[in-house]
Design a protein around this ligand. Sequence first.
Ligand SMILES: [Fe+2]
Ligand SMILES: [Fe+2]
Length: 185
Amino acid sequence: MGHMEEKRRLMVEALEERPPEALLSEPLDYIFADHFRQRMLCNLLDAMVSEGARDALLSGQILMFMRLDFGLHVLDEEEDLFPLLLKRALPEDGMEDVIHELCAEHSSDRLDADELCRVLEVPESCGGRWKRLFTRFAANERRHLIVENAIVLPMARIRLQPGDLTLIGQRMAERRGIVPARHWQ
Ligand SMILES: [Fe+2]
Ligand SMILES: [Fe+2]
C-alpha cells in the first residue's frame, strides 16, 4: 500500500470509529476527539476535490459520518456544553460573543451539510458545483474547529465544575443510547 493510500485508510478509520464509550466520563476529551474526526472529514473532502473525482465507497463512509455523528456533536455543544459554559463563565471571559458566533455558524453550516449529504448520496444531483461546496464546507469547518479547540474547550476546562462534566457526559451518553457505567460517575 502506498503512502497516500495508507494515509487515507487511517483517515477513514478515524471517521468510522467513535471515541471509546468510557471517554464520556471526560466529555471535553470526547468532544476534542470528535473534532479530530471532523478534521479528517475535511481532509477527505479536500482530497476528493483535488482528485477531481468522487470515490463511491468513500462518499458512503462520509455520508454515514454526517448522518450518524455530525448532528450528534452539534447537539452535544448546543444543548449541553455551550449552555453550561455560559452559565459558569465570567463576563470578562467573553464567552457570550464567541458562543453566539459558533451557534450562528452551526445553522449556516447546516445548509451546506444537508447539501453535502444530498450530493454524496446522489452524485449527479449537483452537476459541477460539488467541488466548490466541498471546499467551502471544509474551510468553514476548519475555522470553526480552531475556535472551539483554542478558545471554548480550554475555557470549559477552567470554568466547568466536576458536576457539570458528569452531567454533560450523561447527556451525551443518553443521546447515543449508551447506559453510563457506574465507575464513570
Ligand atoms: Fe465542535
Ligand atoms: Fe461546533
